[in-house]
Write a protein that binds this ligand. Sequence first.
Ligand code: NDP
Length: 390
Amino acid sequence: MRRISIFGATGSIGQSALDLIGRNRGAYQVVALTGGRNVAQLAKDARQFDAEIAVTAFDECLDDLQSALAGSGVRVAAGQAALLEAADIQADWILSAIVGAAGLAPGFRALRHGTTLALANKESLVAAGPILLSEAKRYGARILPVDSEHSAIFQALVGEDISTVERIIITASGGAFRDWPIDKLAGATLAQAQTHPNWDMGQRITIDSASMFNKALEVIETKEYFEISPDKIEVIIHPQSLVHAMVGFKDGGIMAHLGAADMRHAIGYALFWPDRGHIPVERLDFAKIVQLQFRAPDDQRWPALRLAREVIAAGGFNGAVFNAAKETALDGFIDGRIGFMDMAQIVEETLIQLSGDLPNNIVDSGLETVLEIDQMSRQRAAKIIGARQA
Ligand code: NDP
């Protein structure tokens, strides 16, 4: 039986993973489940899956979690240190599905034990890719991609030599505002931004899809994970979200990964890897697919894509600044302090202001340096937002 833990179990990815595990109960033993403020869900799942420990990231949620799990035999803990301790408990497979930079430290900790890390938390690769990969190498741990595009690329590369890859094409639905007139985007509301045409995801990643910050993170994630030159990475708008990514080889052939827009594809591939398991997603009926459309993205509508290329070119800790500034700008948009198109401007301004203050060598640095830069970037981005409001 494989021992598995889920960090961010109460979220969209975590719940989809538990759905798959629930259908294969005999194969898995659930070790740790972690969540944030959704204590009721965490307790329900910990009981249902007979977890060894349930951890909430927030100290103030401990009493509620304790009450909800009283008499269950499930151990209970709270806080950041408890999250790291949960990552220390022996497991064969850990899913990193906490949203944002908060997901970095538990994933890093799991790698130290040589645990296979199924990585949904793309922020880990964006903010600290070279360090994460070198830690995985050092401790003999494997990282499996869970983002749908990266799982698709990973699958297209099975048995291939990466040096024969000419291009990697990641698809983007275009999000909520794909067909809006550009001059209306500045007035887009939160309610409008948090609806996705195809995917059912958490609130933050749905808004990031509308702004294309999600795709910007994925371009950086692709470069880091597959260690491929950025000029080989392309983004294409594909409104149907059925082709998740394509890999083009030097002979001109292209391998495409298709499937329904359901994250259980990518989560299941990582869960069952190196085998393939049954995944209860909708099967595509090609006779009913009227069309697969593709079109080039437009930098004016989605400045985040241009910023991602600039961040890759600048290298080093710029990914950490980019991610932290993006998260802070997103908070600002969710709280109604800034408009939709202001997010990219805040991120760009933060990158410009901090570019001269960053250490040079990321590979020889540790996670602590990344987290310091993350904090510094959040403060700077918040200051820029504050100055705009004044
Ligand atoms: P959700 O917002 O749905 O869930 C986030 C999870 O993280 C919840 O369990 C939440 O707890 C927990 N959490 C929130 N804040 C903290 C914190 N400060 N410390 C510890 N835990 C915290 O996110 P998603 O499931 O949508 O996304 C998770 C990750 O997967 C992200 O990195 C995202 O980019 C990535 N991803 C998501 C996809 C999707 O389809 N949703 C697709 C590809 C990648 P609680 O809810 O209890 O407060």
